[in-house]
Design a protein around this ligand. Structure first.
Ligand SMILES: C[S@@+](CC[C@H](N)C(=O)[O-])C[C@H]1O[C@@H](n2cnc3c(N)ncnc32)[C@H](O)[C@@H]1O
Length: 271
């Protein structure tokens, strides 16, 4: 008898698919550990995961080392408090005591009154939700105020000549196809509307499982905004390429970059 497909549109959990397709907490934390060890001679302990979604990263972080603590912040309560149970449910009681789920806007002043952290992470380009420069300055300044001395804000970034194109990129994942849809880019406003679709082997699909209304920022702009927010020590780490042009997963500190079709980078801003 043919095996039933693992996923179908009627039953698939879009968060499970999203995490399988785009999140790699161990790789993110290998990067964080490396830069922190290189810079500070020790490993980071406390993180705040902004735009935390299902708190996947935070749960991986507290499992990574005894003593690690994480605060996951997201303004969508059902995602943060309910969808996260898939991850919090895998923690021991002791690990669970080291994660806090905070349903809040990352701009909330209440976040600054919490204990300071070694790193604030804003991943998967989520900070592009802020379209106005003044609001992005406010967010970065508040993230800076949440850092312990010697701590770092980590942002990820994608750029290259292809990011401005209205196009789709399809990628086979285990049991489904992930489609990144750059649906609309307005070069006058920088407004950038993207969707994630999932297609399944049985011919069903989840169209527009996620939609983002972002502003497409550039690296020079982001560095200016970070400086306006009070950061003076900013680093850009670009991913290296394999001979076939795909990313090699290794990020190196760079002052400039070739005009590739696409590239990924991390921005670090130290307090
Ligand atoms: C792209 S998902 C990020 C999910 C996951 N943390 C990751 O790294 O892939 C963006 C998340 O940001 C949240 N969000 C959007 N604006 C926010 C804000 N101002 N404050 C807090 N969370 C926000 C949304 O609810 C959504 O869960």
């Amino acid at each position: 008898m043919p095996r039933a497909p693992r996923y179908t549109a009627r039953t698939a959990d879009k968060h499970v698919l999203y995490e399988a397709a785009v999140q790699e907490p161990d790789a993110e934390f290998d990067f964080l550990d490396k830069i922190f060890r290189d810079r500070r001679g020790r490993l980071p302990v406390s993180i705040r995961e902004d735009f935390g979604g299902t708190a996947y990263n935070s749960c991986v972080w507290v499992k990574r080392r005894p003593g690690n603590t994480a605060v996951a912040v997201d303004l969508h309560r059902p995602t943060l408090l309910t969808a996260s149970k898939r991850h919090t449910g895998t923690l021991t009681a002791e690990q669970r005591s080291r994660v806090q789920l905070v349903p809040a806007n990352v701009l909330s002043p209440a976040l600054i009154r919490r204990p300071k952290v070694d790193a604030v992470l804003a991943l998967n380009f989520s900070y592009w939700i802020f379209h106005q420069r003044a609001t992005l300055v406010e967010y970065f300044a508040k993230a800076r105020a949440a850092l312990a001395p010697g701590g770092t804000l980590i942002l990820d970034f994608f750029g290259g000549t292809d990011v401005h194109r209205e196009c789709q990129d399809r990628r086979r994942c285990s049991g489904f196809t992930y489609i990144w849809d750059q649906a609309r880019y307005d070069p006058m406003t920088g407004r950038y509307t993207c969707h994630i679709h999932f297609e399944f082997r049985d011919g069903t699909a989840l169209r527009k499982a996620f939609t983002y209304h972002w502003r497409l920022w550039t690296l020079p702009e982001l560095q200016d905004v970070l400086r306006d927010a009070g950061f003076t020590d900013i680093g850009l780490y670009a991913e290296g390429n394999r001979p076939d042009g795909s990313g090699d997963g290794r990020y190196r500190l760079r002052k400039g970059h070739p005009c590739d079709r696409t590239f990924l980078a991390y921005i670090t801003a130290w307090r």
